[in-house]
Design a protein around this ligand. Structure first.
Ligand code: CP3
Length: 361
Protein backbone atom coordinates (compact mmCIF):
# COMPACT_ATOMS: atom_id res chain seq x y z
CA UNK A 1 0.00 0.00 0.00
CA UNK A 2 1.20 3.49 -0.76
CA UNK A 3 0.75 5.50 2.44
CA UNK A 4 1.12 9.29 2.49
CA UNK A 5 4.79 8.89 3.38
CA UNK A 6 5.51 6.83 0.30
CA UNK A 7 3.96 9.41 -2.02
CA UNK A 8 6.63 11.92 -2.96
CA UNK A 9 4.06 14.37 -4.31
CA UNK A 10 2.22 15.10 -1.04
CA UNK A 11 3.35 18.28 0.70
CA UNK A 12 6.28 20.61 0.09
CA UNK A 13 9.55 18.81 -0.69
CA UNK A 14 11.48 20.93 1.82
CA UNK A 15 9.30 19.83 4.77
CA UNK A 16 9.23 16.25 3.50
CA UNK A 17 13.05 16.18 3.41
CA UNK A 18 13.22 17.64 6.95
CA UNK A 19 11.18 14.61 8.02
CA UNK A 20 13.29 12.17 5.94
CA UNK A 21 10.38 11.33 3.64
CA UNK A 22 11.02 10.64 -0.07
CA UNK A 23 10.81 13.56 -2.51
CA UNK A 24 10.42 13.87 -6.29
CA UNK A 25 13.57 16.02 -6.44
CA UNK A 26 15.96 17.36 -3.81
CA UNK A 27 14.75 20.63 -2.23
CA UNK A 28 17.19 23.54 -2.29
CA UNK A 29 17.46 26.95 -0.65
CA UNK A 30 20.48 29.06 0.25
CA UNK A 31 21.61 30.93 3.32
CA UNK A 32 21.74 34.70 2.70
CA UNK A 33 19.37 34.00 -0.15
CA UNK A 34 18.22 37.62 0.08
CA UNK A 35 21.75 38.98 0.47
CA UNK A 36 23.78 41.74 -1.11
CA UNK A 37 24.47 39.86 -4.36
CA UNK A 38 20.84 40.39 -5.54
CA UNK A 39 20.14 43.64 -7.47
CA UNK A 40 16.55 43.58 -6.13
CA UNK A 41 17.98 43.64 -2.57
CA UNK A 42 20.55 46.34 -3.41
CA UNK A 43 17.74 48.56 -4.71
CA UNK A 44 15.84 48.26 -1.42
CA UNK A 45 19.03 48.80 0.64
CA UNK A 46 19.79 51.98 -1.33
CA UNK A 47 16.62 53.37 0.28
CA UNK A 48 16.94 52.04 3.83
CA UNK A 49 19.49 50.68 6.30
CA UNK A 50 19.65 47.00 7.23
CA UNK A 51 18.05 47.70 10.63
CA UNK A 52 15.30 49.84 9.10
CA UNK A 53 14.57 47.11 6.56
CA UNK A 54 14.27 44.55 9.35
CA UNK A 55 11.93 46.91 11.23
CA UNK A 56 9.65 47.50 8.23
CA UNK A 57 7.58 44.30 8.03
CA UNK A 58 6.05 44.81 4.58
CA UNK A 59 9.48 45.54 3.04
CA UNK A 60 11.09 42.58 4.86
CA UNK A 61 8.27 40.29 3.70
CA UNK A 62 8.59 41.58 0.16
CA UNK A 63 12.35 40.86 -0.17
CA UNK A 64 11.76 37.44 1.39
CA UNK A 65 9.27 36.59 -1.36
CA UNK A 66 11.24 38.25 -4.19
CA UNK A 67 14.25 36.02 -3.49
CA UNK A 68 12.07 32.92 -3.93
CA UNK A 69 10.64 34.23 -7.20
CA UNK A 70 14.03 35.17 -8.63
CA UNK A 71 15.87 32.00 -7.61
CA UNK A 72 13.17 29.30 -7.85
CA UNK A 73 14.17 27.84 -4.47
CA UNK A 74 12.01 25.43 -2.45
CA UNK A 75 11.89 27.41 0.81
CA UNK A 76 11.81 31.06 1.85
CA UNK A 77 13.81 32.39 4.82
CA UNK A 78 12.43 35.40 6.60
CA UNK A 79 14.47 38.55 6.15
CA UNK A 80 15.72 39.38 9.65
CA UNK A 81 18.96 38.94 11.61
CA UNK A 82 20.13 36.85 14.56
CA UNK A 83 21.37 40.03 16.27
CA UNK A 84 18.03 41.88 16.31
CA UNK A 85 17.33 40.45 19.78
CA UNK A 86 20.52 42.20 21.04
CA UNK A 87 19.36 45.76 20.51
CA UNK A 88 16.70 45.63 23.28
CA UNK A 89 19.39 44.37 25.71
CA UNK A 90 20.78 47.91 25.63
CA UNK A 91 24.28 46.86 24.51
CA UNK A 92 24.35 49.15 21.45
CA UNK A 93 24.05 47.30 18.13
CA UNK A 94 25.04 48.70 14.77
CA UNK A 95 25.87 47.28 11.38
CA UNK A 96 28.85 49.14 9.96
CA UNK A 97 29.38 49.10 6.21
CA UNK A 98 32.21 46.71 5.39
CA UNK A 99 32.94 45.84 9.02
CA UNK A 100 29.92 43.75 9.98
CA UNK A 101 27.95 43.99 13.20
CA UNK A 102 29.25 45.82 16.28
CA UNK A 103 28.15 45.67 19.91
CA UNK A 104 29.29 48.92 21.49
CA UNK A 105 29.10 47.81 25.14
CA UNK A 106 30.36 44.18 25.16
CA UNK A 107 29.41 41.89 28.03
CA UNK A 108 32.60 40.45 29.57
CA UNK A 109 32.05 40.11 33.32
CA UNK A 110 29.63 38.40 35.70
CA UNK A 111 28.47 41.87 36.72
CA UNK A 112 27.67 42.82 33.11
CA UNK A 113 25.81 39.52 32.64
CA UNK A 114 23.67 40.19 35.73
CA UNK A 115 22.83 43.68 34.49
CA UNK A 116 21.28 42.38 31.23
CA UNK A 117 17.53 43.07 31.26
CA UNK A 118 15.00 40.29 30.79
CA UNK A 119 13.36 41.07 27.46
CA UNK A 120 10.47 39.40 25.72
CA UNK A 121 10.86 39.37 21.94
CA UNK A 122 7.05 39.67 21.57
CA UNK A 123 7.43 43.20 22.96
CA UNK A 124 10.96 44.08 21.86
CA UNK A 125 11.01 42.81 18.23
CA UNK A 126 7.31 42.56 17.22
CA UNK A 127 8.26 43.63 13.68
CA UNK A 128 9.95 40.26 13.04
CA UNK A 129 6.77 38.37 13.86
CA UNK A 130 4.71 40.75 11.74
CA UNK A 131 7.12 40.21 8.81
CA UNK A 132 6.70 36.43 9.22
CA UNK A 133 2.89 36.82 9.12
CA UNK A 134 3.04 38.99 6.00
CA UNK A 135 5.58 36.77 4.22
CA UNK A 136 3.53 33.65 4.92
CA UNK A 137 0.45 35.37 3.57
CA UNK A 138 2.29 36.66 0.48
CA UNK A 139 3.82 33.27 -0.27
CA UNK A 140 0.32 31.82 -0.33
CA UNK A 141 1.59 28.31 0.31
CA UNK A 142 3.94 28.31 -2.73
CA UNK A 143 6.90 27.29 -0.54
CA UNK A 144 7.39 26.87 3.24
CA UNK A 145 8.83 29.74 5.29
CA UNK A 146 11.88 29.23 7.52
CA UNK A 147 12.27 31.25 10.71
CA UNK A 148 15.64 31.48 12.47
CA UNK A 149 17.63 32.55 15.51
CA UNK A 150 21.20 32.50 16.71
CA UNK A 151 22.17 29.63 18.99
CA UNK A 152 23.27 30.69 22.49
CA UNK A 153 27.00 30.27 21.76
CA UNK A 154 27.00 32.33 18.57
CA UNK A 155 24.90 35.06 20.20
CA UNK A 156 27.24 35.05 23.21
CA UNK A 157 30.27 35.33 20.94
CA UNK A 158 28.94 38.61 19.51
CA UNK A 159 27.95 39.94 22.94
CA UNK A 160 31.34 39.16 24.47
CA UNK A 161 33.63 40.05 21.55
CA UNK A 162 31.67 43.12 20.48
CA UNK A 163 33.03 42.85 16.96
CA UNK A 164 33.64 40.10 14.37
CA UNK A 165 36.37 37.77 15.60
CA UNK A 166 38.42 34.85 14.33
CA UNK A 167 39.88 33.43 17.52
CA UNK A 168 37.04 34.22 19.98
CA UNK A 169 39.58 34.69 22.78
CA UNK A 170 37.40 36.98 24.93
CA UNK A 171 34.55 34.49 24.68
CA UNK A 172 36.76 31.55 25.63
CA UNK A 173 38.28 33.59 28.45
CA UNK A 174 34.89 34.27 30.06
CA UNK A 175 33.95 30.60 29.65
CA UNK A 176 37.08 29.35 31.40
CA UNK A 177 37.68 32.15 33.92
CA UNK A 178 34.11 32.53 35.19
CA UNK A 179 32.04 29.45 34.30
CA UNK A 180 29.16 30.60 36.53
CA UNK A 181 28.84 33.88 34.64
CA UNK A 182 29.17 31.97 31.36
CA UNK A 183 26.40 29.53 32.17
CA UNK A 184 24.16 32.34 33.42
CA UNK A 185 24.71 34.20 30.15
CA UNK A 186 24.02 31.07 28.08
CA UNK A 187 20.82 30.34 30.05
CA UNK A 188 19.60 33.88 29.41
CA UNK A 189 20.39 33.62 25.70
CA UNK A 190 18.79 30.17 25.45
CA UNK A 191 15.52 31.58 26.81
CA UNK A 192 15.77 34.53 24.40
CA UNK A 193 16.42 32.26 21.39
CA UNK A 194 13.58 29.92 22.33
CA UNK A 195 11.06 32.74 22.66
CA UNK A 196 12.27 34.30 19.40
CA UNK A 197 11.86 31.01 17.52
CA UNK A 198 8.52 30.05 19.04
CA UNK A 199 7.24 33.58 18.32
CA UNK A 200 8.15 33.12 14.65
CA UNK A 201 6.43 29.72 14.65
CA UNK A 202 3.29 31.21 16.21
CA UNK A 203 3.37 33.85 13.45
CA UNK A 204 3.51 31.17 10.73
CA UNK A 205 7.09 29.88 10.25
CA UNK A 206 6.92 26.27 8.98
CA UNK A 207 10.42 25.28 10.14
CA UNK A 208 13.25 26.98 12.02
CA UNK A 209 17.02 27.08 11.71
CA UNK A 210 19.25 27.55 14.73
CA UNK A 211 22.46 29.26 13.57
CA UNK A 212 25.52 28.27 15.61
CA UNK A 213 27.74 29.73 12.92
CA UNK A 214 30.95 30.14 14.96
CA UNK A 215 30.78 27.15 17.32
CA UNK A 216 33.41 25.34 15.22
CA UNK A 217 36.08 27.34 17.08
CA UNK A 218 35.58 25.16 20.18
CA UNK A 219 37.17 21.88 21.28
CA UNK A 220 34.75 18.97 21.64
CA UNK A 221 35.31 19.05 25.40
CA UNK A 222 34.37 22.74 25.67
CA UNK A 223 31.38 22.20 23.40
CA UNK A 224 30.14 19.38 25.64
CA UNK A 225 30.54 21.35 28.88
CA UNK A 226 29.79 24.92 27.90
CA UNK A 227 27.42 24.77 24.92
CA UNK A 228 25.62 21.47 24.45
CA UNK A 229 23.20 21.69 27.43
CA UNK A 230 22.10 25.17 26.37
CA UNK A 231 21.57 24.36 22.68
CA UNK A 232 19.76 21.20 23.75
CA UNK A 233 17.39 23.24 25.92
CA UNK A 234 16.53 25.56 23.05
CA UNK A 235 15.86 22.72 20.62
CA UNK A 236 13.85 20.70 23.17
CA UNK A 237 11.65 23.75 23.83
CA UNK A 238 10.67 24.39 20.20
CA UNK A 239 6.95 24.02 19.46
CA UNK A 240 6.46 20.28 18.81
CA UNK A 241 6.04 19.14 15.21
CA UNK A 242 8.06 22.00 13.69
CA UNK A 243 11.30 20.81 12.05
CA UNK A 244 14.52 22.26 13.48
CA UNK A 245 17.69 22.67 11.41
CA UNK A 246 20.81 22.81 13.61
CA UNK A 247 23.57 24.60 11.70
CA UNK A 248 27.22 25.43 12.30
CA UNK A 249 30.44 25.84 10.32
CA UNK A 250 33.86 24.28 10.87
CA UNK A 251 32.10 21.59 12.89
CA UNK A 252 33.74 18.43 11.49
CA UNK A 253 34.95 17.58 15.01
CA UNK A 254 31.63 18.37 16.67
CA UNK A 255 28.96 16.77 14.47
CA UNK A 256 28.01 13.92 16.83
CA UNK A 257 27.84 16.33 19.76
CA UNK A 258 25.66 18.75 17.80
CA UNK A 259 23.42 15.82 16.94
CA UNK A 260 23.24 15.00 20.64
CA UNK A 261 22.10 18.58 21.30
CA UNK A 262 19.28 17.96 18.83
CA UNK A 263 17.66 18.93 15.55
CA UNK A 264 15.76 17.09 12.83
CA UNK A 265 18.31 18.30 10.27
CA UNK A 266 22.04 18.87 10.78
CA UNK A 267 23.73 21.58 8.70
CA UNK A 268 27.06 20.60 7.12
CA UNK A 269 29.65 22.93 5.67
CA UNK A 270 31.89 22.13 2.68
CA UNK A 271 34.90 21.06 4.75
CA UNK A 272 33.28 17.65 5.25
CA UNK A 273 32.30 15.05 2.66
CA UNK A 274 28.50 14.92 2.84
CA UNK A 275 28.26 11.15 2.41
CA UNK A 276 30.90 10.45 5.06
CA UNK A 277 29.42 12.92 7.53
CA UNK A 278 25.93 11.47 7.08
CA UNK A 279 27.43 8.01 7.57
CA UNK A 280 28.83 9.16 10.93
CA UNK A 281 25.46 10.54 12.01
CA UNK A 282 23.34 7.63 10.81
CA UNK A 283 19.95 7.55 9.10
CA UNK A 284 18.06 8.98 12.10
CA UNK A 285 18.79 12.56 11.07
CA UNK A 286 18.39 14.60 7.88
CA UNK A 287 21.30 16.68 6.56
CA UNK A 288 21.56 20.06 4.86
CA UNK A 289 24.40 21.25 2.65
CA UNK A 290 27.06 21.54 1.56
CA UNK A 291 28.43 23.20 -1.58
CA UNK A 292 31.36 25.58 -1.04
CA UNK A 293 29.90 29.13 -1.51
CA UNK A 294 33.12 30.05 -3.37
CA UNK A 295 32.18 27.60 -6.13
CA UNK A 296 29.36 29.95 -7.14
CA UNK A 297 32.08 32.34 -8.36
CA UNK A 298 33.15 29.68 -10.91
CA UNK A 299 31.58 28.85 -14.28
CA UNK A 300 28.11 27.27 -14.52
CA UNK A 301 29.78 24.06 -15.77
CA UNK A 302 31.95 23.89 -12.62
CA UNK A 303 28.92 24.66 -10.46
CA UNK A 304 27.02 21.81 -12.08
CA UNK A 305 29.93 19.46 -11.42
CA UNK A 306 30.00 20.51 -7.76
CA UNK A 307 26.24 20.05 -7.42
CA UNK A 308 26.54 16.55 -8.85
CA UNK A 309 29.27 15.65 -6.36
CA UNK A 310 27.12 16.78 -3.40
CA UNK A 311 24.10 14.89 -4.73
CA UNK A 312 26.26 11.81 -5.23
CA UNK A 313 27.26 12.03 -1.55
CA UNK A 314 23.58 11.99 -0.55
CA UNK A 315 23.04 9.06 -2.94
CA UNK A 316 19.28 9.59 -3.14
CA UNK A 317 18.68 8.80 0.54
CA UNK A 318 15.59 10.59 1.86
CA UNK A 319 16.41 13.53 4.11
CA UNK A 320 18.84 15.67 2.09
CA UNK A 321 18.21 19.40 1.76
CA UNK A 322 20.60 21.00 -0.70
CA UNK A 323 22.25 24.22 0.46
CA UNK A 324 25.61 25.96 0.51
CA UNK A 325 27.91 25.19 3.40
CA UNK A 326 27.43 28.82 4.54
CA UNK A 327 25.88 32.02 3.17
CA UNK A 328 26.11 33.32 -0.41
CA UNK A 329 29.22 35.50 -0.78
CA UNK A 330 28.53 39.20 -1.54
CA UNK A 331 30.09 39.25 -5.05
CA UNK A 332 28.37 36.12 -6.36
CA UNK A 333 26.70 36.61 -9.78
CA UNK A 334 23.01 36.04 -9.05
CA UNK A 335 22.49 33.98 -12.21
CA UNK A 336 25.07 31.51 -10.88
CA UNK A 337 22.80 30.91 -7.88
CA UNK A 338 19.95 30.24 -10.33
CA UNK A 339 22.23 27.85 -12.26
CA UNK A 340 22.91 25.97 -9.02
CA UNK A 341 19.21 25.73 -8.12
CA UNK A 342 18.33 24.50 -11.62
CA UNK A 343 21.16 21.94 -11.55
CA UNK A 344 19.97 20.58 -8.19
CA UNK A 345 16.43 20.11 -9.50
CA UNK A 346 17.52 18.61 -12.80
CA UNK A 347 20.20 16.25 -11.51
CA UNK A 348 18.19 14.96 -8.54
CA UNK A 349 14.91 14.27 -10.33
CA UNK A 350 13.66 10.85 -9.45
CA UNK A 351 16.46 9.97 -7.03
CA UNK A 352 14.33 9.62 -3.91
CA UNK A 353 10.83 9.27 -5.31
CA UNK A 354 11.35 5.71 -6.48
CA UNK A 355 12.96 4.60 -3.27
CA UNK A 356 15.95 3.31 -5.25
CA UNK A 357 18.48 4.63 -2.78
CA UNK A 358 22.05 4.58 -3.92
CA UNK A 359 21.02 4.11 -7.55
CA UNK A 360 22.83 7.19 -8.89
CA UNK A 361 25.38 6.40 -11.54
O1 CP3 B 1 19.55 34.08 4.84
C1 CP3 B 1 18.81 35.04 4.56
O2 CP3 B 1 18.66 35.41 3.39
C2 CP3 B 1 17.99 35.70 5.64
C3 CP3 B 1 18.55 36.89 6.18
C4 CP3 B 1 19.66 36.80 7.19
C5 CP3 B 1 20.43 37.94 7.54
N1 CP3 B 1 21.23 37.59 8.57
C6 CP3 B 1 20.32 39.28 6.92
C7 CP3 B 1 21.59 40.04 6.81
C8 CP3 B 1 20.10 35.75 7.99
C9 CP3 B 1 19.66 34.28 8.00
C10 CP3 B 1 21.07 36.26 8.87
C11 CP3 B 1 21.70 35.44 9.94
C12 CP3 B 1 22.92 35.93 10.56
N2 CP3 B 1 23.27 37.18 10.89
C13 CP3 B 1 23.96 35.08 11.01
C14 CP3 B 1 23.95 33.60 10.91
C15 CP3 B 1 24.25 33.18 9.53
C16 CP3 B 1 25.69 33.24 9.19
O3 CP3 B 1 26.06 33.97 8.27
O4 CP3 B 1 26.45 32.50 9.83
C17 CP3 B 1 24.97 35.88 11.55
C18 CP3 B 1 26.29 35.40 12.11
C19 CP3 B 1 24.51 37.21 11.49
C20 CP3 B 1 25.19 38.43 11.97
C21 CP3 B 1 25.50 39.31 10.83
N3 CP3 B 1 24.57 40.15 10.20
C22 CP3 B 1 26.73 39.47 10.16
C23 CP3 B 1 28.00 38.71 10.51
C24 CP3 B 1 26.54 40.44 9.17
C25 CP3 B 1 27.56 41.04 8.26
C26 CP3 B 1 27.79 40.12 7.12
C27 CP3 B 1 28.76 40.69 6.12
O5 CP3 B 1 29.13 39.90 5.26
O6 CP3 B 1 29.10 41.87 6.20
C28 CP3 B 1 25.18 40.82 9.17
C29 CP3 B 1 24.51 41.76 8.26
C30 CP3 B 1 23.45 41.14 7.40
N4 CP3 B 1 22.39 40.46 7.86
C31 CP3 B 1 23.39 41.18 5.99
C32 CP3 B 1 22.22 40.51 5.62
C33 CP3 B 1 21.67 40.29 4.24
C34 CP3 B 1 24.45 41.87 5.11
C35 CP3 B 1 23.91 42.75 4.10
C36 CP3 B 1 23.60 44.15 4.45
O7 CP3 B 1 24.36 44.82 5.19
O8 CP3 B 1 22.58 44.61 3.92
Amino acid sequence: MRGADADASTGPSFLRACRRQPVACTPVWVMRQIGRYLPAYQAVRARMSLLDLCKTPDAAAEVTIRAVEILGVDAAIIFADILLVMEPLGVGLSFLQGEGPMIHRPVRTGEAVRRLPDVDPAESVPFVFEAVRLAREGLGGRVPLIGFAGAPFTLASYLVEGRPSRAFLETKHLMHADPDAWHTLMERLAVLSTRYLNGQIAAGADAVQLFDSWVGCLSPDDYRRFVLPHSRRVIASITPGVPVIHFGTGTAGLLELMQEAGGDVLGLDWRVDLGQAWGRLGDGVAVQGNLDPALLLASPAEIRRGVRAVLDGAAGRPGHIFNLGHGVLPHTPWDHVVAMVDAVHELSTGTGASGRFGSRA
